[in-house]
Design a protein around this ligand. Structure first.
Ligand code: SAM
Length: 268
């Protein structure tokens, strides 16, 4: 099994910049995941926890949480952020560097979450099933799995230009004074395997005027609604809710929206 976590495990610069990217900083999903964690109760397992964007607010809400991520860089940022938190919050968190396809924590959880699409870094059905098998094994009976993937937007799959840099985002400034502009590029569409190759391009201007172009290359696999439901059913889960967004709007109320699944481990 190849060790791949969407480039986050390779490029340290992503972890360095991640928390400053406005699209990530302003993502409206935190309350949704924290509410599920509160209602399911401790302990919660978050897969692909990254820099703790969701994990830290969950611990602040009084929930014990274990975070798993394959990237030492993302985990290092998460640890640094945790050191700024009160002792009580720190004491509720355990971080583990592991691949979400093959972890064994020797513990069971009331809830497993996978916020902001780490599941889409699993590029094959065997990888997806292996992750779901690990999740099932780590859930108490009736425990829940809450995660999101993007709802594939047919127009973008057919028409997005290949090899063109697009989508310049609002510039952001890092605490040490670097000015960063981000664009993205679709490098390839593999429509047979439902895998897209992307690049995120970071144009950095340092305080001394030096310029740098950093490239985060990664692949994402997309899955359609019914495919995901079949996959979950095959892996021993039943879907309780499917939302189009973190405001719990119904699937189908907006297009393309997200695919936000709330699934439950079936008996047996
Ligand atoms: C888009 S970031 C999301 C981080 C965090 N969940 C958030 O909401 O900000 C994707 C994260 O998934 C992690 N990841 C991707 N594939 C993984 C794998 N196979 N095993 C463990 N972590 C993985 C990456 O290292 C990265 O931290």
């Amino acid at each position: 099994m190849a060790s791949s976590a969407g480039g986050y495990e390779t490029y340290a610069f992503i972890a360095d910049l991640y928390d400053h990217v406005s699209l990530y900083r302003d993502r409206p999903d935190i309350a949704f995941f924290v509410d599920w964690a509160r209602s399911q109760g401790s302990p919660v397992l978050e897969l692909g926890c990254g820099t703790g964007r969701v994990l830290i607010p969950t611990a602040r809400a009084g929930v014990e949480i274990v975070g798993v991520d394959a990237s030492p860089h993302m985990l290092a940022v998460c640890r640094a952020r945790l050191r700024e938190e009160p002792e009580a919050v720190q004491s509720r968190v355990r971080l583990v560097q592991a691949d979400i396809r093959r972890f064994d924590l020797g513990q069971r959880f009331t809830l497993v979450t996978i916020p902001f699409r780490p599941f889409q870094h699993l590029l094959t059905v065997p990888d997806q099933l292996s992750c779901l098998d690990r999740i099932r094994d780590h859930l108490v009976d009736g425990g829940r799995l809450v995660f999101d993937v993007f709802n594939p937007w047919l127009d973008a799959l057919v028409n997005s230009p290949i090899g063109e840099e697009v989508g310049e985002e609002e510039a952001f400034i890092t605490p040490d004074g670097r000015r960063v502009i981000r664009r993205h590029k679709t490098v390839a569409h593999d429509r047979f395997n439902q895998v897209n190759d992307y690049e995120l391009l970071y144009y950095v201007t340092h305080p001394d005027g030096r310029e740098e172009r950093l490239v985060h290359s990664f692949q994402l696999r997309y899955g359609f609604r019914f495919e995901m439901e079949h996959l979950l059913s095959r892996a021993g889960f039943v879907v309780d809710h499917l939302y189009a967004g973190y405001d719990r709007s119904a699937y189908g109320s907006t297009y393309p929206g997200e695919l936000v699944f709330v699934a439950r481990k079936t008996a047996g």
